[in-house]
Design a protein around this ligand. Structure first.
Ligand code: FCB
Length: 479
């Protein structure tokens, strides 16, 4: 078991109030399968995963967890666990196969039944509109480098809200636009696999614009006064070299402020524009865009897994490149490829990501200090470990003590932030079930429920029982 690291951040019996919403999260392409059913069009992830060499082992989301057909029994599992909320995403190409026009009724029906099924079980629906499955037809016209994609996204958001906007509790526009822009168009590790720094920065702006337009559409079309949100994978950046302050500033600008400043302050940071001047002149930002992007949010979604440690590269020694993402050649850091990402102290999860619950507390406090009136929600946190299934008298079990320890430490961090007055509304564990982990295919298991990909059998891991007890008792189980 990987349980070293800071001895603290490991409290048992911590109490969470009744308004702190604890649930679990998934995303459409990672679990649904049924890639060609009921009028779903191809997305950039279908194209990417079917391109040889892009995804580990040639894995695709064609079948995944077959959740599209098993949604009802999956909902029963969520109810058994007592989840208070379920964060899922809607596949844009199920709603609009080519990214525009009328909504596909069969796509709408699937999510409508899912939402009704959640409500019938007393589970709060948190719907993400975009968790990376862009219709391929839009990519063929430039994808997120094409300004029109932002308007198509707003149209899609209004179609979905017209159908579900009487029942969804929380709407999240985008999941981790950092990944969509920089991994999709900069490093090439994610779909559509482009490696062009200027394209990545153009995508940053069009994703920001898409967010702002969609928030307005959802607010207009929803009838149940929902919460509006966006989810970011904020980077918690460390480093104690003399050059680290400069490296931290650069990465903070690209990773964090490039999104959160336009969204919550209505401006791009001046230093970001300067740092990237050799890559693009930002002329894709038009008059009025920042006002569209800058929309009040009811809750800000925070995804957190680990930290990064940086310094400026001296240009001579071999460059360290441990930023936690698959290195496929291109850079996810346009204008700052001279920043080095240093190896970090362990312990690590199976992703090679360092386990640092103090980073989560630091992040929550820092967001509170920067945006004092902004309620927060942890929309993803969890860990991949090499789980083993053991036969016991009561059936197959997965004793995932590593994952329980990871979750315990991060719930401890959240509790400490709450105790310091952070307005943190809840915690969605990533992930409800093992699933298609993007470029890593099915090789990494993040679920609290085990999925046997041959039989589609689901097995509740010990971490699922741990979460069940936490939700039922409102306390982290005693260690
Ligand atoms: C996040 C993604 C999520 C999952 C986790 C491990 O970046 O939002 O889909 O892959 O990482």
């Amino acid at each position: 078991m990987v349980t070293t690291g800071s001895p603290d951040y490991r409290d048992g019996g911590l109490e969470f109030g009744p308004d702190f919403v604890i649930g679990s999260a998934t995303a459409s392409y990672q679990i649904e399968g049924a890639a060609r059913e009921d009028g779903r069009g191809p997305s950039i992830w279908d194209t990417f995963s079917h391109t040889p060499g892009r995804v580990w082992n040639g894995d695709t989301g064609d079948v995944a967890d077959d959740h599209y057909h098993r949604w009802e029994s999956d909902l029963d599992l969520m109810a058994d666990l007592g989840l208070q909320s379920y964060r899922f995403s809607i596949a844009w190409p199920r709603i609009q196969a080519t990214g525009s026009g009328a909504a596909n009724p069969r796509g709408i029906e699937f999510y409508s039944r899912l939402v009704d099924g959640l409500l019938a079980r007393g589970i709060r629906p948190i719907a993400t509109l975009y968790h990376w499955d862009l219709p391929q037809a839009l990519e063929d016209r430039g994808g997120w480098t094409d300004r029109d994609t932002a308007y198509r996204f707003a149209e899609y958001a209004s179609r979905v809200t017209e159908a579900l906007g009487d029942r969804v509790h929380t709407w999240t526009t985008l999941n981790e636009p950092w990944c969509s822009a920089y991994l999709g168009y900069g490093s090439g590790a994610h779909a559509p696999g482009r490696t062009d720094g200027a394209a990545a920065l153009t995508a940053v702006h069009h994703l920001n614009l898409a967010h702002g337009l969609a928030v307005q559409e959802v607010r207009r079309a929803a009838s149940n006064d929902p919460d509006l949100s966006v989810t970011h994978n904020f980077h918690v950046i460390r480093g104690d070299d003399d050059t680290s302050p400069e490296a931290k500033r650069r990465i903070d600008a690209l990773a964090n402020r490039a999104f959160i400043h336009p969204m919550l302050r209505g401006e791009y940071p001046a230093d970001l524009l300067e740092d990237t001047a050799g890559v693009t002149d930002w002329s894709f930002v038009r008059d009025g865009d920042l006002a569209e992007i800058n929309q009040p949010l009811d809750v800000l979604g925070v995804n957190y897994y680990s930290t990064v440690t940086v310094r400026m590269w001296d240009g001579a020694s071999p460059r360290e490149n441990n930023d936690g993402h698959k290195d496929v050649g291109g850079s996810p850091w346009p204008g700052s490829t001279d920043v080095e990402f240093l190896p970090q102290a362990g312990p690590y999860t199976e992703m090679g990501w360092n386990i640092a619950p103090d980073g989560l507390e630091e992040l929550l406090l820092s967001l509170r200090d920067q945006f004092p009136d902004q309620p927060l929600m942890i929309t993803e946190n969890g860990a991949a470990f090499p789980d083993k299934v053991r036969m016991t008298e009561s059936g197959p079990r997965v004793h995932d003590a590593d994952r329980i320890d990871y979750l315990n430490r991060h719930f401890t961090a959240a509790h400490r932030a709450l105790a310091q007055g952070v307005n943190l509304r809840g915690y969605q564990v990533w992930s409800l079930m093992d699933n298609f982990e993007w470029g890593y295919g099915y090789s990494k298991r993040f679920g609290i429920i085990r999925v046997d990909y041959e039989t589609q059998e689901r097995i509740l891991k010990d971490s699922a029982y741990w979460l069940q007890e936490l939700i039922a008792t409102r306390r982290t189980p005693e260690l």
